[in-house]
Design a protein around this ligand. Structure first.
Ligand code: PGA
Length: 241
């Protein structure tokens, strides 16, 4: 393992959620106006549910947080229930009482201008304080598909066949072939990063992230500094619980 990065092992996905929620709560207590880059996907859902439980119990206040969308399918409107924007609203923004958001506008006539506007909004907020990320089966972060260089900007990307296949569970028929994603440059500049990983099906790719050399062929392997915490369950780490 490369120095600087912390790995926290949890017994199971629920313990990943508890640990991750503890780390997020610490950050929000230190800075209530936290700007958070928010992944959707199945992995962080238990963490968001745990945060919602704490908010409802009055243990945590996330109302001053700004939620920044990580990625979006090209062409999907904000009202489309399949959009990642919609998913972020249902799982994070609404249950946590958040009112400030930054959207990647995937229906803009000029997607490049939409990406520039997104980057400008993040810059105006002073950058990302905390990135909450999942790990793609091919090592992608957001929709930064392999290979993605560390300075890859916010942009329109072509989804790899592997990502199309994993997205298919959320779609009845045709899966989108393109998406907008926060750039690697946005993700890697986050002041703190939580990479959440669960399940035996992520064991191989997590092994490459943690133990192989850092390479654009595994974008998540470029997450490398002391600001990065990987929270993974025993199944993903391939270790006894
Ligand atoms: P998952 O997706 O959390 O649904 O496994 C992760 C990703 O593809 O980024």
């Amino acid at each position: 393992m490369r120095p600087g990065r912390t790995v926290r092992q949890a017994a199971d996905p629920q313990e990943v959620a508890t640990l991750a929620a503890d780390l997020i709560a610490e950050q929000v207590k230190a800075k209530p106006e936290l700007t958070v880059l928010v992944a959707t996907g199945s992995t962080p859902m238990l963490t968001y549910a745990e945060l919602a439980r704490r908010v409802q119990a009055g243990e945590l206040d996330l109302s001053r947080v700004t939620a920044v969308q990580l990625d979006e399918y090209l062409g999907l409107s904000e009202t489309d229930p399949r959009s990642l924007w919609n998913w972020m609203q249902r799982s994070f923004v609404e249950p946590l009482g958040i009112t400030r958001t930054v959207r990647l506008d995937a229906t803009a006539a000029d997607p490049r201008a939409a990406c520039a506007d997104y980057d400008a909004q993040i810059a105006q907020l002073g950058g990302i304080d905390l990135a909450i990320l999942g790990l793609g089966p091919n090592g992608h972060l957001g929709f930064n598909e392999p290979p993605s260089l560390p300075d890859a900007p916010t942009r329109v990307t072509d989804l790899t066949p592997e990502s199309q296949a994993s997205n298919r569970v959320y779609w009845n028929a045709e899966v989108p072939l393109q998406a907008l994603t926060a750039g690697m440059n946005v993700i890697l500049a986050a002041r703190a990063t939580l990479l959440l990983v669960t399940g035996a099906h992520k064991q191989d790719i997590l092994g490459r992230v943690l133990h192989a050399s850092s390479t654009p062929d595994v974008p998540a392997s470029l997450l490398n500094g002391p600001e990065v915490t990987v929270v993974a369950d025993a199944a993903a780490l391939g270790s006894p619980a």
